[in-house]
Design a binder for this molecule. Structure first.
Ligand SMILES: [Zn+2]
Ligand SMILES: [Zn+2]
Length: 341
């Protein structure tokens, strides 16, 4: 039936530019669906995985995990999905279904998470992906495909902790980084009722940060500003991947305040204030099925809209360079221009 060859843009080895790779279509399992990719966002995690930063990458590697597309083939039990449905797919494409976390419904903590990645065997910088149908989420009509694509990873990544820690009293929240994740976090946080301070290294992002819904803006290298914000925040959401001077940042947290990491930063700091202020630093990774569905419904109702730049998928290497040089404002979404082969 499927005799044609599929194509994806693959890194053949660590850190290599992507080049076309042709392969026979992966077979569908009973609950799987094949989804023809129409749009795929470029996430920082894709770049790190090309460089094998997480030490889980197998080559040739086709990245891509912020996907919107159309179901093109279904297995025997596709959980209600059918050919022609428009769906979104994020970083996770399947789960083991057997471990303690899967049994609790916390599928994003599945013990088999590395094999559960959507990019196994081939990710979304390609003609199509194969995932378990439970991880292909029907998209609300109100969401455009480019918006939905970005929500599938960047959106869920920031929505889950923001929703978990939102209180009845407006909490003072600092969002570190106004980039792909951060500009969405500002929008979600504003809609969830937080008092939002955007914290960035770029003064030129202030106007847009306020436009996204930030109540205040703080420069990360503004020492006086940071000192003034001592014991100010209930919660910090750190969306950046790099290192920074953490002590002055942690000093802006109230006693028993919490910092949630979603951007894989490197950390090294003196623990004096962490202990004496009884601070918490936690991570948050994707979201479970309920969180995914709630996030999409909430985003559609609240008109959460990532600012995206559309580029043809054939220009993926230029896009990667742009993201590496921090020139994306704020997310680049690849539009599939791979011809039928
Ligand atoms: Zn991602
Ligand atoms: Zn599991």
């Amino acid at each position: 039936m499927f005799t044609k060859t599929f194509m994806g843009y693959a890194a053949k080895a660590k850190g290599q530019p992507l080049e076309p790779l042709f392969y026979p279509p992966p077979r569908l399992g009973e609950q799987d669906v094949r989804v023809a990719v129409t749009h795929c966002g470029v996430c920082h995690t894709d770049l790190s995985a090309i460089d094998d930063y997480y030490r889980i990458t197998e080559y040739p590697f086709v990245p891509g995990h912020e996907i919107a597309g159309i179901v093109s083939e279904v297995g025997k039990n596709p959980n209600g999905l059918k050919e022609g449905d428009r769906v979104g797919i994020g970083w996770q494409g399947r789960s083991c279904g057997k471990c303690e976390w899967c049994k609790l419904g916390e599928v994003n903590l599945c013990l088999d998470i590395i094999d559960g990645a959507t990019w196994v065997p081939y990710g979304g910088f390609s003609s199509s992906v194969v995932v378990n149908s439970r991880f292909a989420y029907p998209l609300p009509h109100a969401l455009s495909s480019e918006t939905a694509a970005v929500l599938m990873c960047a959106g869920i990544t920031v929505f889950t902790p923001l929703q978990a820690y939102a209180g009845t009293i407006p909490q003072k929240l600092g969002i570190i980084g106004v980039g792909g994740l951060g500009h969405l976090a500002i929008q979600f946080a504003h809609a969830l009722g937080y008092e939002v301070t955007a914290i960035s290294t770029s003064a030129d992002k202030k106007t847009e940060a306020v436009g996204f819904g930030a109540d205040q803006f703080l420069l990360l290298d503004d020492q006086a500003g940071l000192e003034e914000a001592e014991f100010y925040f209930d919660l910090l959401l750190c969306t950046v991947p790099g290192d920074m001077e953490w002590e002055p940042v942690l000093d802006t947290l109230k006693k028993r305040g919490r910092m949630v990491l979603v951007g894989f930063p490197r950390m090294s700091f003196k623990t004096r204030d962490l202990l004496s202020h009884e601070l918490s630093i936690t991570g948050s990774f994707l979201g479970n099925h309920d969180a995914m569905r709630e996030m999409l419904t909430f985003a559609a109702a609240q008109k959460i809209t990532p600012k995206v730049e559309l580029m043809p998928m054939s220009q993926v290497n230029e896009v990667i360079q742009k993201v590496k040089e921090n020139r994306a404002r704020y997310r680049v979404v690849l539009v599939n221009d791979i011809p039928e082969i």
